[in-house]
Design a protein around this ligand. Structure first.
Ligand SMILES: [Zn+2]
Length: 144
């Protein structure tokens, strides 16, 4: 009874579960830019938001449906289940920490699912735009 080995060589298409610079994020960036929403990418904030608007203290994340367990599309991989459960739980905990750290620093946090970018790009852009402009009209505070 050998030969049970290579049965679990279910190769997972890595491009489906990559996180950074994924297509939806690029599409989103392009649309924001086209709507005069000038984000920055580089930042050293907790969780490294995908885009930031430093003048408005607005941080935007595009959350992958797999990594962040989107309620509509997430499916737990059948292989290596324990590994994934642990890894994904860490992501979940980390997301919460990041949100609260950013809020403590006075940042507004917006998170979008990658599928929202695909299915409702203009809705996502509108949301950023709205928050951006509301943030602008807030009374100035001295930063610390
Ligand atoms: Zn999704």
């Amino acid at each position: 009874m050998s030969d049970v080995l290579s049965k679990q060589q279910r190769s997972y298409c890595m491009s489906r579960i990559r996180d950074k610079n994924t297509k939806p994020e690029l599409i989103f960036r392009k649309a924001l830019w086209a709507n005069s929403l000038r984000y920055r990418l580089k930042n050293k904030l907790p969780g490294r938001p995908d885009m930031v608007f430093p003048g408005r203290r607005l941080a935007v994340f595009v959350d992958g449906c797999f990594w962040h367990e989107c309620p509509e599309h997430f499916q737990m991989p059948k292989a290596n289940r324990a590994f994934w459960e642990e890894k994904l739980l860490k992501t979940k905990v980390r997301d919460k920490e990041v949100n609260s750290m950013l809020k403590q620093k006075g940042w507004i946090v917006l998170r979008f699912w990658e599928h929202e970018i695909k299915t409702d790009l203009s809705g996502c852009v509108d949301e950023v735009s709205q928050v951006f402009h509301e943030a602008e009209s807030r009374p100035n505070r001295t930063d610390s």
